[in-house]
Structures are given as structure tokens and as C-alpha cells.
Design a binder for this molecule. Structure first.
Ligand code: FE2
Ligand code: FE2
Length: 197
């Protein structure tokens, strides 16, 4: 997918109609009551909820830290754990989707292949963002280890907060669109095909 493709992650504001037929039959409002929620669909939504909440929590923490709200050492210990969890768990989540679920779903529901190609391209775009976040996180933690002033460290934290705040809408767009493809597919096919259970 090219940078200017209308379905590129940073351009689109939702999926095209031809990929939303199943989600119209199984709209989001009914997902919680669906039988599929006790299996992989429920786990999928739980993971996505975790990524939305943790990325929001870290962005808010960095903004407050940059503004001088919390002790530098105390904050950085917490930041390292939280950012480490976000980066590594998102990476692991995408690996499982790219390596296992997307190929399997694509094979079982070829009419949705275009959707999985879009989601796969999203993962590449998101990984560029994760790379930037990892670099800036290393700089922030490295500045503290090198004995930089609290003001310098807080400035780096504030800048990283801006990067994360800019990245987050792309992540949320991807999570929302992926759910609109995957969850209705699991609900629809899970009744008859054990691969979707
Ligand atoms: Fe994904
Ligand atoms: Fe996902």
C-alpha cells in the first residue's frame, strides 16, 4: 500500500462498505451478548482494550511529568515498565495476527482478503511509530542515567508525550477497523468452523 492510498492508515477514517457487510449483520452493540465472546473474540477485544487504555495512560503520564507533576526517578521507573509493556505486547500481538490469524482467516473467508491486506499494511505503519517511541524512550531513560538536569529530562518526557499523542489515533483507528472485520467474522463463522471458535 502506498503512502497516498485512500485506505492507508493515516488517511482513511474507516473501512469501505464492501468490507463492512458482516459488521452490519453483527453490529458492535450486540457483540457483548454473542456466544463468540467466551472464546477468541473476547480475548481479542480484551487485548485491544488493554492497548487503548495503556497508551492513553502513558500519554497522560508523560504530559503530567513534562509539566513537573511527579518526581523524576519515581516516574521513570513506572514509565519504563509501562512503555516496555506497550511496545513488547503490541509487537507480540501483531506477530500472532500476521503469522497465524490473518492467513487462516483469509484462507477460510477469501472475500475478506482485502481487509486483511489493509490490516497487515497497518501493522507496518504502526511499527514505524513503535520504532520512534522506542528510540525516544531510550533517549529519555539514557538522559536520566547520564545525569542530565531534571528540566532536560522533563522536556524529553514532554516531547515523547507529544509523539505518543500523535501516534495514538492511528493505533485506535487500526484497532477499531480490525475489530469491525474480525469480530463479526468470528461471530458468523464460529458457529460452524472450529478455527473461528
Ligand atoms: Fe492488528
Ligand atoms: Fe489486534
Amino acid at each position: 500500500m502506498t503512502e497516498t492510498d485512500p485506505l492507508a492508515l493515516h488517511i482513511r477514517d474507516g473501512l469501505p462498505d464492501e468490507l463492512l457487510a458482516l459488521s452490519k449483520r453483527h453490529p458492535r452493540e450486540g457483540w457483548a451478548r454473542s456466544a463468540g465472546m467466551s472464546g477468541s473474540a473476547g480475548v481479542w477485544l480484551e487485548r485491544h482494550g488493554f492497548f487503548r487504555a495503556l497508551s492513553d495512560h502513558i500519554a497522560a503520564g508523560l504530559t503530567g511529568f513534562g509539566g513537573g507533576k511527579e518526581d523524576v526517578r519515581a516516574y521513570l521507573g513506572r514509565f519504563q515498565r509501562e512503555m516496555g509493556a506497550l511496545l513488547s505486547q503490541l509487537d507480540g500481538h501483531h506477530r500472532v495476527e500476521d503469522g497465524h490469524y490473518f492467513p487462516m482467516f483469509s484462507q477460510a473467508a477469501p472475500e475478506m482478503t482485502r481487509g486483511f491486506e489493509i490490516l497487515d499494511a497497518d501493522h507496518h505503519a504502526i511499527h514505524g511509530g513503535l520504532h520512534d517511541l522506542a528510540e525516544q524512550s531510550r533517549s529519555l531513560l539514557g538522559a536520566a542515567q547520564a545525569g542530565k538536569t531534571d528540566r532536560d529530562i522533563r522536556d524529553l518526557g514532554a516531547r515523547l508525550g507529544e509523539t505518543l499523542t500523535g501516534f495514538r489515533p492511528l493505533l485506535v483507528r487500526h484497532l477499531d477497523d480490525e475489530e469491525d472485520i474480525v469480530i463479526p467474522l468470528i461471530i458468523e463463522r464460529g458457529r460452524t468452523d472450529p478455527r473461528f471458535a
